[in-house]
Design a protein around this ligand. Structure first.
Ligand SMILES: *Cc1c(COP(=O)(O)O)cnc(C)c1O
Length: 388
């Protein structure tokens, strides 16, 4: 209905360049537009609907909890919150979890943990967090400052102080910064998602972990996009043979409901004390019940399927006409196209496939359980459109 687009354009703040599609429903990896047209979902929101639209098990979990109790303040115990925290810790070796509602909020919490740790363990001048250029950590004022991309900074100066930026791959440069600036933590994505689906080099990540350890800094990994099975491991740091002190995650965790989690272990365990942080909605029982139903199914079989599907997509697209390169891991892939990616995306939409963009690439984040026949149809169309 044009009416919906007009209403939206009149009354919703113009922060999003929306596509000309109104979505009304969906089932699994298929989405329906208001004109009845069906689309194959190659974005899962932005890596949020981990098991696609209205997944039956997830729906059962959230409706059951919504009918029992939709919210309590964090002054009381609830089962979904406690159970989810235990599951996350048992599967990661982390020791405790703080729940929030979004990716940016999880990184805000991580930055607060880092500052408190620095002040208590290293000295009051150790408040700076080292992040990487081309990173993305969120849009609140502190996470904007953590984000190493000037395009996000402009118009919002002055930035929150206490951040320095290193270059991915440049351990020597980072060593020099750390020798000069008293820091409390390093924060990085294993795959820079918004930055263009760029996978960090293993030797660099291990070297950075070593540098952090030498300087007694917290090693903090932003798994907002890469977490919860997306890359073929439960968390992407598990590909790298490192054990972070802090892991932040959100997007796919709630299966479509707003939920973020900050996993604390190693040097970060015990830093948060009563009154030092909080959230009214954080750990909402409906969101946590949904997350439990997601996490329960992220077993070795499912993760192996994610890996296999990712490898299959890569084999189809690497070297295909009009495709310059394919990057990423598991079902988080970036496709560099010869044609303008905006045009490629529009052509895909017209043919009933909904991918995403990241910088100069098409980005694919399909539901983790996308059926093979739909995946084949979608990739056939993407290939066709790239070759045009
Ligand atoms: C999406 C994203 C965020 C921000 O998450 P919001 O839920 O939008 O606040 C932070 N870090 C990374 C790596 C992300 O992909």
């Amino acid at each position: 209905m044009d009416n919906i687009k007009q209403l939206d354009q009149s009354y919703v703040a113009h922060t999003y360049a929306r596509f000309p599609v109104t979505l009304t429903g969906g089932q699994g990896a298929l989405l329906t537009g208001d004109d009845g047209k069906q689309y194959i979902d190659m974005g899962s929101g932005i890596g949020v609907n981990a098991f696609g639209a209205c997944d039956a098990q997830w729906l059962e979990a959230v409706t059951h909890q919504a009918a029992a109790l939709q919210h309590t303040s964090n002054l009381y115990y609830t089962e979904p919150c406690a159970k989810l925290a235990a599951m996350l810790c048992q599967r990661t070796g982390m020791q405790e979890v703080f729940f929030s509602n979004s990716g940016a909020e999880t990184n805000e919490c991580a930055i607060k943990v880092a500052r408190k740790y620095g002040a208590e363990q290293l000295g009051p001048e150790h408040f700076t967090v080292l992040t990487l250029k081309n990173s993305f950590h969120g849009r609140t004022l502190a996470t904007l400052a953590a984000t190493g991309q000037e395009v996000f900074h402009k118009d919002f100066l002055p930035l929150t102080p206490g951040f320095v930026y290193g270059e991915s791959g440049d351990l020597e440069g980072i060593r020099k910064i750390l020798d000069k600036v008293p820091c409390c933590a390093v924060l990085l994505e294993m795959i820079q998602g918004e930055g263009g689906v760029l996978v960090q080099d293993k030797a660099f990540v291990q070297g950075l972990a070593q540098l952090a350890s030498e300087h007694k800094l917290l090693l903090m990994v932003d798994e907002v996009q890469t977490g919860n099975g997306r890359t073929g491991k439960l968390f992407s740091y598990m590909h790298y043979g490192i054990q972070p002190d802090v892991v932040t995650t959100a997007k796919g965790l709630g299966g479509g409901l707003p939920l973020g989690a900050v996993l604390l272990g190693g040097k970060a365990a015990g830093v948060l004390t009563p009154g030092s942080h909080g959230s009214t909605f954080g750990g909402n029982p409906v969101c946590c019940a949904g997350a439990i139903s997601i996490l329960e199914r992220l077993d070795d079989t499912l993760l192996a399927e994610v890996t296999a599907k990712g490898e299959w997509i890569r084999a189809q697209l690497e070297g295909a006409p009009g495709v310059r390169s394919v990057s990423g891991l598991g079902l988080m892939l970036g496709i560099e196209t010869e044609r303008d990616p905006g045009q490629v995306l529009a052509d895909c939409q017209a043919l009933g496939v909904l991918p995403l963009r990241a910088k100069n690439k098409l980005r694919l984040l399909p539901p983790l359980n996308i059926p093979n026949d739909l995946l084949e149809q979608a990739v056939t169309i993407i290939k066709e459109v790239c070759a045009k």
